[in-house]
Design a binder for this molecule. Structure first.
Ligand code: DGL
Length: 259
């Protein structure tokens, strides 16, 4: 079982930002990535729809023999991880916007969170946000349209710059000094964010923490790979393979599959 793959899923290519963190920390692990591009974006779907898709993705990864599931999607984590843990007897790692480190470090007492509608309207997100918004200002912003542009291969485009300028303005007006990226697609916006944001605004995302948590859980369950002769990283998508190939920039096998 220890050489079974780590299963990772997202609505699309965003979770590859998590895959890259996992590969950096755990280079000898086999991985299987599932991009549900056909149903992307998840951000505007209802909780029930997100849960149904998350169950389907998990069932697929388990059917391929995965030993642990990384829900590399804030929207799916905040809407479905509790139910997934109740339903499946396999360890799960999820991802949520990193409000805590931003809230504890802010000097201006104002932080910004950019995430999908699904994440920002979830109970799980509100539980954490409510905990911190008593002492500081938390400016939430739905990143409407961002995921669709990234999935379309238009990350570095004038359309994206326009959206980001609009979404960040209320945060800058409120004098934030931390911006939390609450969607796994958003780390790919880093060059544009650095271009738009003033230097004193720090950007936080949870990718590295997810990789560390994956390692901890594998250790706890005695599941770290011991057969490291031939490491395989496989990618499945039910959409076009081009964008996934472009973003991976590596010698990976991307397969198109309807699921
Ligand atoms: N990458 C996802 C997230 O972290 C999903 C975005 C979407 O499909 O709307 O929220």
């Amino acid at each position: 079982m220890s050489n079974a793959p780590i299963g990772i899923f997202d609505s699309g290519i965003g979770g590859t930002s998590i895959f890259k963190e996992i590969k950096t920390l755990l280079p000898y692990e086999n991985t299987l990535y599932l991009a549900d591009n056909f149903n992307a974006p998840y951000g505007n779907k209802s909780k029930d729809e997100i849960l149904a898709l998350s169950i389907k993705n998990t069932e697929f990864l388990i059917s391929k023999g995965c030993k642990i599931i990384v829900v590399a999607c804030n929207t799916a984590t905040t809407n479905a991880i509790k139910e997934l843990r109740e339903r499946f007897d396999i360890p799960f790692v999820g991802i949520e916007p990193a409000i805590k480190p931003a809230a504890l470090s802010t000097q201006t007492k104002a932080i910004g969170i950019l995430a999908t509608k699904g994440t920002l309207s979830s109970k799980l997100f509100h539980k954490s946000a409510d905990l911190y918004s008593q002492s500081i200002k938390v400016i939430e912003q739905v990143g409407e349209g961002i995921v669709a542009l990234i999935e379309d291969g238009k990350t570095d485009s004038e359309a994206m710059r326009g959206l980001l300028r609009t979404y960040l303005k209320p945060m800058l007006d409120a004098n934030i000094d931390y911006l939390v990226l609450g969607c796994t697609h958003y780390p790919y916006l880093m060059p544009l964010l650095l271009e738009i944001l003033p230097e004193h605004v720090k950007i936080i995302d949870s990718g590295e923490a997810v990789a560390r948590q994956t390692k901890t859980l594998l250790e706890q369950h005695d599941l770290l790979n011991r057969k490291i002769q031939k490491v395989e990283n496989v990618f499945y998508t039910n959409g076009p393979t081009t964008v996934l190939n472009d973003i991976l920039e590596g010698p990976y096998k991307v397969e198109h599959l309807m699921f």
